[in-house]
Write a protein that binds this ligand. Structure first.
Ligand SMILES: Nc1ncnc2c1ncn2[C@@H]1O[C@H](COP(=O)(O)OP(=O)(O)O)[C@@H](O)[C@H]1O
Ligand SMILES: [Mg+2]
Length: 273
């Protein structure tokens, strides 16, 4: 049997921050622990797109950052393809790619040059690299003439495609996508979603997709985890979740479970790392 792409046992993460007690004067601020993830258990097998659906502040990015070795859990253990995210972080990084709205590139260089750079970094460059890179980029729907243009001339959707293609250079791989379509114009959003469609069929790429867009989750994910307040409330295919909780849509399921809508903001903005 293949080792799971993700194995999480009892992972907890809290952030210490200064907060004002309700009713206290503004200068009266004490340190408080904000639990972002409560003892989380999760297994994701290799292949396919798994969605993490939850409102702002529900812990999605914290989970992604732990799997990407950018944060360490306070308790519990997390493994990626069997590697421990804390004690074997280098191995984990070799198998993980994080794609967020702003992907990091050499903007003056072309997609091809950026890909070759990444391939060298991962030790994947050699004879036939150009053919393979062109193959990957065209598979993701990037026009041939775009491949040699400077990155800065590409739409954000096209840049996202290159970021995703870059993770194809390493295998097996786990693609961590933290709200990859949030804030994109409609065309770029469609482009990124069409890539995810393609990836669903790729059995050697595992995608973890965070989103608060229910339609996106319903359309692209074979499995959805609903999160709220650092807890996983429900786990299953979009259809099974709707059946089990008597909702016509994932929005209805979330309403049923929490009594609120997904758009409801718990707090104004997330803190980025
Ligand atoms: N670096 C940080 N410092 C303090 N609090 C944080 C930090 N990162 C996240 N949090 C808090 O942890 C909770 C979960 O945040 P996050 O994982 O970013 O949620 P999501 O991605 O679902 O919006 C929120 O209450 C957020 O304010
Ligand atoms: Mg987030």
């Amino acid at each position: 049997m293949r080792v799971p792409a993700i194995e999480i046992q009892g992972v907890r993460k809290a952030f210490r921050r200064r907060e004002r007690e309700a009713g206290a004067p503004w200068w009266h601020r004490g340190w408080k622990d904000k639990v972002a993830l409560h003892e989380l258990d999760l297994v994701v097998e290799q292949g396919g797109v798994t969605g993490i659906l939850g409102p702002n502040g529900s812990g999605k990015s914290t989970l992604i950052r732990i799997l990407g070795t950018l944060l360490t859990p306070d308790a519990g253990a997390a493994r990626v393809f069997g590697w421990d995210v804390v004690t074997e972080a280098l191995e984990v990084r070799r198998h993980v790619n994080r794609v967020s709205v702003e992907a990091a590139f050499f903007k003056e260089l072309s997609p091809w040059e950026n890909m070759v750079y990444a391939a060298r970094l991962y030790g994947g460059a050699g004879n036939g690299t150009r053919r393979r890179v062109v193959e990957i980029l065209t598979q993701l729907g990037l026009a041939r003439d775009v491949i040699d243009q400077p990155m800065k001339q590409l739409s954000r959707g096209q840049q996202q495609k290159v970021a995703i293609a870059r993770s194809f250079l390493t295998a097996p791989s786990l693609l961590l996508m933290d709200e990859p379509t949030t804030g994109l114009d409609p065309r770029s959003k469609k482009e990124v979603q069409s890539v995810l469609e393609t990836l669903r069929a790729e059995r050697h790429i595992t995608v973890l997709l965070c989103t608060h867009d229910m339609d996106e989750a319903a359309a692209l994910c074979e499995r959805v985890l609903m999160m709220d307040g650092g807890h996983v409330l429900a786990d299953g295919s979009p259809a099974a979740l709707c059946r089990a909780h008597g909702g016509a849509t994932l929005e209805g399921v979330f309403m049923h479970l929490t009594g609120k809508t997904l758009e409801a903001e718990e707090e104004p903005a997330e803190v980025s790392t």
